[in-house]
Each structure stands twice: as structure tokens, then as C-alpha cells.
Design a protein around this ligand. Structure first.
Ligand SMILES: O=c1[nH]c(=O)n([C@H]2C[C@H](O)[C@@H](COP(=O)(O)O)O2)cc1CO
Length: 146
């Protein structure tokens, strides 16, 4: 299963360690196309590789098209994450959003109020592993039946 992991970059990097742990967990259940989101120096790495914002946008859209499922960590609000979720919903790609309650920002109604998006509240990455595993397995089985 190809998994598009989505997490804040320019929206703020305070959850980067959480993203890295979630990506490690997801790698046990499929292929994460966007491992770079859990890397501390992602923007410096992209700049060193000579990537423009257009390159980044086009690469991300290509990965989104390839993805069987999207897992988005939405505790830190991010324009890019919201955009990726909207594009995934439009393509009917299954989306699971992970949100830690008690955060500075309440989760957007555009996410929590959207029936096409699953939202799971959690406290620690290890506590949410069974949810991630079940989400990927359910959609793998659905894909294999098609
Ligand atoms: O440098 C980047 N690389 C990259 O892959 N993205 C994508 C992946 C993330 O899921 C999302 C983050 O958006 P934002 O930067 O608006 O927080 O956008 C976003 C940026 C910067 O906007």
C-alpha cells in the first residue's frame, strides 16, 4: 500500500518528532511516499536539492495521485495539509486524520465536519498504532476486492 503521510511544514514544525514516529509505524504497514515530512531539515534538504516551490507542489501532487490512502497529522494547522486533504477527498482517496486534543487550535470544521474524512483523536503515536494498522488493512482489502 502506498501511503501519503501529510504533516505541517511551513505551518510550524513543533510536531516533527511525532511525524517521524508515525511514519516509522506506517512503514510497518505499507510504503510511505513522503518520509521527508518527518525529517528535521526538510526545507534545507529541498533547497540543497534545488527544488523550487513549483517542484515541491508537482512532486506532492504526483505522490497524492499514486497514494492508496492518506494519513494526515492535523494537530498543527497547515494550509498545505488542508489542501492535500481536500485534493485526496476529491479523488476519493481514503483519508485518516490524527488529532491530539487539548492543542492550541481546535480542529477545523472543514475536517471534523467532513463525513469523507475519518478523524481519530489520540495522545501518543504508539497508542494510535492499532488504528493505523486497521485503516491500512481495511483499505488494502477493499483495493484487493476491486
Ligand atoms: O517544503 C515543503 N515540502 C512539502 O512536501 N510540503 C507538503 C507536504 C506537507 O504535507 C504539506 C505541508 O504544508 P505547509 O508547508 O503549508 O505546512 O505540504 C510542503 C512544503 C512547504 O510548504
Amino acid at each position: 500500500m502506498d501511503i501519503f503521510f501529510s504533516g505541517s511544514i511551513r505551518g510550524g514544525r513543533s510536531d516533527v518528532d511525532v511525524y517521524a514516529t508515525l511514519i516509522d509505524i506506517l512503514e510497518r504497514h505499507g510504503t510511505v511516499l513522503t518520509e521527508h515530512i518527518g525529517t528535521e531539515g526538510v526545507e534545507a534538504d529541498e533547497a540543497a536539492a534545488g527544488l523550487t516551490d513549483t517542484d515541491i507542489y508537482e512532486q506532492d501532487l504526483a505522490w497524492l495521485q499514486q497514494a492508496d490512502v492518506v494519513v494526515a497529522e492535523v494537530t498543527t494547522p497547515s494550509l498545505g495539509v488542508g489542501y492535500e486533504i481536500g485534493r485526496a477527498v476529491a479523488r476519493e482517496t481514503p483519508v485518516l486524520c490524527l488529532y491530539r486534543p487539548g492543542a492550541e487550535h481546535e480542529l477545523s470544521a472543514m475536517i471534523r465536519g467532513n463525513d469523507a474524512v475519518e478523524v481519530t483523536e489520540y495522545r501518543t503515536p504508539s497508542a494510535v498504532e492499532p488504528v493505523l494498522e486497521a485503516f491500512v488493512r481495511r483499505h488494502r482489502e477493499a483495493r484487493d476486492r476491486r
